[in-house]
Write a protein that binds this ligand. Structure first.
Ligand code: HEC
Length: 441
């Protein structure tokens, strides 16, 4: 190690000297008055000289330390400026005490106490990070809240939600804005892109990437990261590898489709995070139907049923086979959005009624078995973007309709036995899309 670096590293040791000297001088002057104060003057002046010299010494050593280039930031600038002003005011205090300028002395003493606190605080931020002081007040809850909000989050960002917490826990203390060991700042994607002392990092194969290479080294290797404290777990390494190779230094939103099984297992196991899409009825939130509207629907011949106490979507079934329920009431009450299911088996549905069904844009399940649906009538409901299951058992629908059905975005299952849809065509559609068409035997 060269001599400049060595001297620079004495800075943390030496900074305590001016703090001690200056404080003790001020304390003596605070407690002793009158004759006593006069008799202590030469002693206090001696301590103030030591205070001034050691503050200059601390500033010079700090300046040498900053040459190492580990702490490039605004925080460093503030620390530097406050440190230098402290030394200047130490001289002012010495001068004013010598010439008995009591007001100037008292003022400079107060200013010095403030300056030392500021300098010390920024020094702490440089070595320990910005949250060092407030950390003990942060509750353990804050962390667990974060994980639970992750579990309910629909768009999981690989870097922000999964990689950042790993870096934060195991790397930030040495690779941040203020402290850049190895010339590396891991606190943002932009800084990551700048790389470290050994250059830019490739986001292609993890084996070529300096960050990944460093975390998988054996325990005995001096280049292992983090050099002290807990190493990355196997699961964290897997996530890091996936991030390096897939996101290539960009942000990536994880979904069930783009995430390999082994990563999904890690997420489920370690983060209680399930990427498999939620059923639609859990995603769609509607307000509860009012009691009056509920009664009005019953009057109109419907038997409306809430999906659950928490979920206010409703299922609509005719109250009795004898009374034909009114679709117009649904429109009049404006409750189309609340309906997720229609049971209209053997209903002889009219074209006008199909038009109203088509307005229920949260409809997920539609039972039209035993009706008079043909290809052209089926077209009327082909705009139902949330429809997942359609029962058209015993209708006059043909293969022509399949092109239409396969275009409905969420449709997964069509019950189509006793229709004119052929098994061949149904199998062909199933092989090309996510749609299964059940044509019976
Ligand atoms: C206790 C401090 C400390 C911690 C914590 C730490 N590092 Fe380091 N890191 C260093 C030091 C010191 C160097 C420079 C010496 C070296 O290259 O080994 C360095 C260098 C590096 C380098 C090489 C930079 C380059 O381009 O040469 C990488 C990559 C790195 N660290 C990654 C990490 C990762 C990832 C973590 C968290 C898993 C981490 N470090 C945690 C102290 C630390």
């Amino acid at each position: 190690m060269d001599i400049v670096s060595f001297l620079g590293r004495l800075h943390p040791l030496v900074v305590h000297l001016p703090i001690g000297f200056l404080m003790i001088a001020f304390l003596i002057d605070l407690f002793f008055k009158g004759e006593k104060r006069k008799s202590l003057k030469s002693g206090v002046l001696f301590i103030l000289v030591l205070g001034f010299l050691s503050s200059v010494g601390a500033a010079v050593l700090g300046w040498l330390l900053s040459w190492e280039g580990r702490y490039e930031s605004d925080v460093l600038q503030l620390h530097k400026i406050f440190g230098i002003i402290t030394a200047i005011f130490a001289l002012v205090a010495l001068w004013s005490r010598f010439f008995d300028k009591d007001k100037v002395y008292a003022t400079s003493a107060i200013i010095i106490v403030v300056l030392i606190s500021m300098t010390g605080h920024y020094g702490g931020v440089l070595t320990h990070g910005a949250t060092y002081l407030t950390e003990p007040f942060m509750s353990a809850n804050e962390e667990s809240e974060e994980t639970s909000s992750l579990a309910s989050n629909d768009s999981i960002k690989l870097y922000e939600h999964l990689i950042t917490p790993i870096f934060e826990e195991k790397c930030y203390s040495c690779h941040n804005d203020g402290k850049m060991k190895g010339g590396l700042n891991l606190t943002s994607l932009a800084h990551l892109a700048e790389g470290g002392d050994s250059g830019h990092y490739l986001f292609t194969k993890a084996w070529n990437n300096e960050i990944f290479q460093r975390v998988i080294l054996p325990k005995s290797d001096v280049k292992l990261m983090p050099p002290k404290g807990e190493r990355l777990t196997y699961q964290e390494m897997a996530l890091l590898k996936y991030w390096i190779e897939t996101a290539k230094g960009e942000e990536l939103i994880l979904s069930a489709d783009n995430t390999p099984d082994e990563i999904q297992f890690v997420l489920l196991d370690q983060y209680n995070l399930d990427l498999t899409p939620k059923p639609l009825y859990e995603k769609i939130k509607v307000t509860k139907i009012s009691d009056e509207d509920y009664q009005a629907l019953r009057q109109a011949g419907w038997n409306p049923k809430l999906l659950s106490e928490e979920n206010h979507l409703i299922e609509m079934t005719p109250l009795s086979p004898k009374k034909r329920p009114s679709f117009q009431t649904i429109v009049d009450l404006g409750v189309q959005d609340k309906i997720y299911k229609f049971n209209l088996n053997n209903f002889n549905v009219t074209e006008k009624e199909l038009g109203i069904i088509a307005q229920c844009n949260h409809l997920m399940y539609l039972n039209l078995a035993n009706n008079n649906i043909d290809d052209s009538r089926l077209k009327k409901i082909s705009n139902l973007t949330h429809l997942e299951i359609l029962n058209i058992h015993k209708n006059a629908v043909t293969d022509e309709a399949l092109a239409l059905l396969s275009k409905m975005p969420l449709l997964k299952k069509v019950y189509a036995w006793q229709t004119q849809i052929t098994k061949e065509k149904a199998t062909e559609i199933a092989s090309k899309t996510k749609l299964t068409i059940n044509t019976g035997i």
